[in-house]
Write a protein that binds this ligand. Sequence first.
Ligand code: NCD
Ligand code: ZN
Length: 351
Amino acid sequence: MADTLTLRRPDDWHVHLRDGALLQAVAPATARQFARAIVMPNLSPPVTTVAAARAYRERILAAVAADPATAESGFTPLMTAYLTDDTKPEELERGQTEGVFTACKLYPANATTNSAAGVTDLAKLERVFETLERIGLPLLIHGEVTDAEVDVFDREAVFIERHLAPLLQRHPGLKVVLEHITTAEAANFVRAGGPNLAATITPHHLHINRNALFRGGLRPDFYCLPVAKRERHRRALVVAATSGDPAFFLGTDSAPHPRSSKESACGCAGIYNAPFALESYAAVFEQEGALERLEAFASEHGPRFYGLPLNEGTITLQRVDQLVPQRVGEGELSLVPFHAGELLGWRLAGG
Ligand code: NCD
Ligand code: ZN
């Protein structure tokens, strides 16, 4: 077996970089692993305007430049607009024309962290969808219904049936990414969709099923949204990610929260996987005997869907065991990385 794996530089098509001191703490981890990243807009307040996205992009670039390990990385944050009931299509179009918005993000109101200002009814966004379809700006969707009477493990499948399928019928030209898919239903729906429909898949949904949340007690570090599902769903995601189908690509959904927010009577959803994301994906592809398809998933399918150039240059993963630390970062900003305390069989060279 080869001792190294060299890939075209990959991108992360879904990440939460946060703001302030947390941004400074986590942005270098992403910039070390990825050339570009689609940055989620669910700050508080959310990034709803061109001006806010431009200012956030500057803060991200400053955070990456402030760390000697990533100052020369050339990392490019790709910004997204947070959709609300009141989003003006003109603002999205202007953001795209001015080179600020690469996509926009639809959170159903109250589906997840900082989504209170999200969309209460898709019908309110008809003009927005018409514009997106016309200008080719991708719509990234957190695909879960929020109705309290729908079981939390069914919320993705119900969203697809009730909202996504009708939306795509009304707007066949809309470019849609169903983000961080967690079910066989989602994988099948995306596989059967046309070239305008794609999905991102996280490392954690490839590694864990819902048992992880309860192993030996309640485990907040495995709690994220959409929540992990049964083993048969995890298997369906592994098959989709490693299949070579261009509709599936890498999006970590790395979503760090301070310890005090995770270990709480009402703990926040989110798994911090940025520091070892590529190693985590490589472990899954290796287990499936599909390492030769990792590059397409990590570095080709995403840019092709977004209509962006493939990255130049390469990264190299070395086949060596690395023990993932229990914590990364200091003090208040000490975070538990995904795979904490586990051995991963790969290491990103230069890290
Ligand atoms: C994300 C966050 O914390 O911002 N949490 C998560 O569990 N993935 C929001 C999201 O993507 O749902
Ligand atoms: Zn997310």
